[in-house]
Ligand binder design. Structure first.
Ligand SMILES: Nc1nc2c(ncn2[C@@H]2O[C@H](COP(=O)(O)OP(=O)(O)OP(=O)(O)O)[C@@H](O)[C@H]2O)c(=O)[nH]1
Ligand SMILES: C[S@@+](CC[C@H](N)C(=O)[O-])C[C@H]1O[C@@H](n2cnc3c(N)ncnc32)[C@H](O)[C@@H]1O
Ligand code: SF4
Ligand code: SF4
Length: 326
């Protein structure tokens, strides 16, 4: 699949549910209305869709949500998709908030998942609860331990938030180094009405980089995951630090991905509403209809996002981040 700017699409982010057991302040509102089950693709349809995408050249699938591990029966989907790894698919992976990992970590590893990204914005129990509006830090830490024990490689995702967790960045880096995890910092993006003023908490990672440069030696790394982060090795710490900088250092020229919501809506760009619907095409059993829709999406896939965080401005995109799982 190639878009009209010549970018090859090999990475699909597949959201398996819009639901979540947390309500992170930058992602969701406190009160969310979730989809009725009839609108959500079945596990069989998700697997069928994955196969069609692999047939069109997709080599990496990331399962996401909402929270992917709250989808009932997700273990069957993971086991099913795991059989495609090495058989067309180079990587099956997941982004999770970690709460259900105590139960699922081993299963993910047995299914052929080699690494996961776990979101963890704070290692302070009260701050963690504040950011997630309800999360239990201990539960997530137990989940992370279970994942490490199951042999999964772990990357911690931390959304950098001014006046909330910015002072935890250096300690998080040291902790990740001790644990053998990578760490990726993320700039908050303006999607959905989350009832929070994003201008107050937006922290440009260019500032964080300047700060880190004073304390550590950051050596640019050529490591690539196929995702949007740029990486550095931290001299002496043995930890890889990623930064996802949609606002301060746009990476759209290298975009290789599309995202699919739990209802089968495919979005060409995280920062736009350009989309096509696949559910009815899938349910009709016609591969031609699915291909037609995908071709239309590729043709209109936007060149870049137009995110900006300015006081009093509505979010660039009305849908919540949880609709596409990032
Ligand atoms: N603007 C933008 N942000 C993205 C894109 N893809 C992922 N992100 C954001 O990057 C953050 C981390 O995403 P992850 O789910 O960990 O996925 P990833 O960064 O592709 O993961 P790796 O495979 O480890 O590189 C989330 O906040 C996503 O919303 C993208 O195409 N555009
Ligand atoms: C939407 S979540 C879905 C997967 C899972 N529930 C989790 O939290 O890892 C995927 C990633 O998007 C990030 N995210 C959510 N809202 C964001 C926002 N407004 N700006 C930047 N990243 C965001 C989360 O921190 C998480 O790392
Ligand atoms: S970031 Fe993930 S864990 Fe937090 S509310 Fe969004 S979907 Fe849930
Ligand atoms: S913002 Fe859009 S164009 Fe840019 S990397 Fe993300 S999906 Fe691709």
């Amino acid at each position: 699949m190639i878009d009209s700017f010549g970018r090859k699409i090999t990475y699909v982010r597949l959201s398996v549910t819009d639901r979540c057991d947390l309500r992170c302040r930058y992602c969701m509102a406190e009160k969310m209305t979730f989809l009725p089950r009839s609108e959500v693709l079945t596990l069989e349809e998700l697997a069928q869709l994955a196969d069609l995408l692999i047939g069109r050249g997709v080599r990496k699938i990331r399962l996401t949500g909402g929270e992917p591990l709250v989808r009932k029966g997700v273990e069957h989907l993971v086991a099913d998709l795991g059989t495609r790894v090495g058989m067309g698919l180079d990587e099956l992976t997941m982004t999770t908030n970690g709460t259900q990992l105590p139960r699922y970590a081993r299963l993910l590893s047995d299914a052929g998942i080699r690494r996961i990204n776990v979101s963890l914005d704070s290692r302070d129990p009260e701050r963690f609860r504040y950011i997630t509006r309800r999360g239990d830090l201990d539960q997530v830490l137990r989940g992370i331990d279970a994942a490490a024990e199951a042999g999964l490689k772990i990357k911690i995702n931390m959304v950098a938030l001014k006046n909330i967790n910015e002072h935890e960045i250096e300690p998080m880096l040291v902790w990740c180094s001790e644990q053998g995890f990578d760490l990726t910092l993320i700039e908050t993006m303006p999607l959905g009405n989350v009832e929070e003023d994003r201008t107050t908490h937006y922290l440009p990672l260019s500032d964080v980089k300047t700060r880190l440069d004073r304390e550590f030696t950051l050596v640019p790394s050529f490591a690539r995951t196929g995702g949007p982060a740029r990486y550095w090795e931290i001299d002496g710490l043995g930890v890889r630090l990623g930064m996802i900088t949609p606002l301060t250092n746009n990476f759209c020229d290298g975009c290789n991905r599309i995202r699919i919501s739990a209802t089968g809506t495919v979005y060409g760009c995280l920062g736009h509403d350009q989309k096509v619907e696949l559910r009815e095409a899938l349910r009709s059993g016609s591969q031609d209809l699915v291909d037609e829709a995908l071709d239309k999406l590729l043709k209109g896939k936007p060149r870049k996002h137009e995110f900006a965080i300015r006081a009093g401005e509505a979010p660039a995109v009305a849908r919540h981040m949880s609709v596409t799982g990032g």
